[in-house]
Design a binder for this molecule. Structure first.
Ligand code: F0G
Length: 419
């Protein structure tokens, strides 16, 4: 199977362009990367992956941010704001409270538009230019639309976003709106929006930049590369486990691909690959269900609900890539309640790290797995926080304390403080 952690580096086929090609993960069909627009396999409709004749080693990386890793990407540079080089925060009180040897928080909310999606878009929009497409489009729970709108604007391209009506946090719609995306609010959930935008893309109306697009995941691989490099610099070793929120399972797939390519090039030992550990909200947990039941695919949840609207997703399109990633790395998946998510949001905030609810799911999941004894006390863990606090101001107000009204008078303010 081509998605095994120990799969050998692939042979370059004749369809390759400069050592890069597309390959179906289900049937192995290979395609030229930039000749036609294609999101899935022509033969069997399976998911496609970008493949390289020469997987990268550490010495190949130079510079800062996503494009530091261009030896692992299809292009030298892209439409950039720039993105990546996000902080790997120390959180000593939380680390002690959760009870693991090391806990670091990779805060992807510190990207230009406030989420990890920027890493995928800098590559995805570059590919769109290569293909010469007109309009860019995505379905989104919010962050993808904000990133697409900003990177589309940067690249001088028209953008169209489909959002589930009433279920997208305010900050994200504000971004898409100001960056001048055309915003369609669909009377349905994210999965329905994705169905429609796939239909539009198939009819040639727009170029699809959801994580079904294999080039987006190339950019998102750099999260894994940054974590490994920085962690190794600090501790001389790699993290035992990376815990991340899961929606469409794009990041899970991308991190696994980053590790696989490093193993292929000999830059990373198989035993050093971190255990990928996915976290979903209880009300939207098809990946957890598939892992717990040993299924090879997820079953679509038609009714999904969670306060973490970014991961309010019932049909994770990247599951065929992500399930092997979790299993091959000896990881797991866990579901957490909305209350646990809010509590974790407060825990991170108490360390000065402001995140949106979906992001806090990673910490909530780690806490739960540690309590259950699945995660050991001697583990070194990195939690991924995927989006910034300001993305969802309503959730932040709900999780935090209310402002106190006081009179316009110093004495009265002092009196109020003494109460
Ligand atoms: N965290 C945040 C903040 C997100 O916005 C998303 C996905 C995820 C986690 C899940 O990541 O799909 O790679 O498993 N948001 C998409 C969007 C669906 O439209 O913004 P995944």
């Amino acid at each position: 199977m081509s998605l095994e952690l120990t799969a050998p580096a692939p042979e370059e086929p004749s369809v390759a362009d400069d050592g890069t090609w597309l390959e179906c993960i289900a049937c192995g069909a290979q395609f030229a990367p930039f000749e036609d627009v294609r999101y899935t396999c022509d033969d069997c409709d399976g998911l496609l992956e970008v493949r390289y004749a020469s997987p990268p080693t550490w010495d190949d990386f130079e510079g800062r941010g996503v494009w530091r890793y261009n030896a692992a990407l299809p292009f030298e540079e892209g439409v950039s704001l720039p993105e990546g080089a996000t902080p790997l925060h120390e959180v000593p009180r939380l680390e002690a409270d959760v009870g693991v040897e090391t806990l670091r928080v990779k805060h992807e909310g510190m990207n230009p538009t406030g989420s990890f999606k920027d890493r995928g878009m800098t590559v995805g929009v570059r590919v769109a230019k290569e293909l010469g497409v007109g309009r860019l489009a995505c379905a989104s729970t919010g962050n993808t639309s904000a990133a697409l709108a900003a990177y589309g604007a940067r690249g001088g391209m028209e953008t169209l976003v489909l959002l589930p009506a009433g279920k997208v946090a305010a900050g994200k719609i504000a971004q898409a709106s100001l960056h001048d995306a055309r915003i369609l609010e669909v009377d349905g959930n994210f999965d329905s929006c994705l169905d429609i935008v796939q239909d539009l893309a198939a009819r040639g109306e727009a170029y699809l930049l959801n994580s079904l697009n294999p080039f987006r995941l190339e950019g998102q691989k750099t999260i894994g590369l940054e974590i490994l490099e920085e962690f190794h610099e600090d501790y001389g070793t790699y993290p035992d486990r990376i815990v991340l929120p899961v929606g469409n399972a794009g990041n899970t797939s991308a991190l696994y691909k980053a590790f696989r390519e490093l193993v292929q090039s000999g830059a990373l030992d198989v035993d050093d690959v971190p255990k990928l550990t996915g976290v979903q909200a209880e009300g939207a947990a098809p990946m957890v269900e598939a892992i717990e039941n040993g299924w090879d695919e997820t079953r679509r949840w038609d009714d999904v609900e969670t306060r973490a609207t970014a991961i309010r997703i019932g049909n994770p399109v990247n599951a065929p890539k992500a399930l092997p990633g979790i299993r091959e790395t000896d990881g797991t998946a866990v579901a957490v309640s909305d209350e646990e998510i809010t509590e974790a949001q407060r825990d991170l905030a108490a360390e000065g790290v402001g995140v949106e609810p979906a992001s806090a799911a990673s910490v909530a999941g780690l806490r739960k797995l540690r309590a259950e004894g699945v995660v050991d006390a001697d583990e070194r863990v990195v939690c991924l926080t995927t989006g910034h606090l300001l993305k969802d101001p309503d959730a932040a107000f709900e999780a935090g304390d209310d402002p106190e009204p006081v009179p316009n008078d110093t004495e009265a303010v002092l009196e109020h403080l003494a109460e």
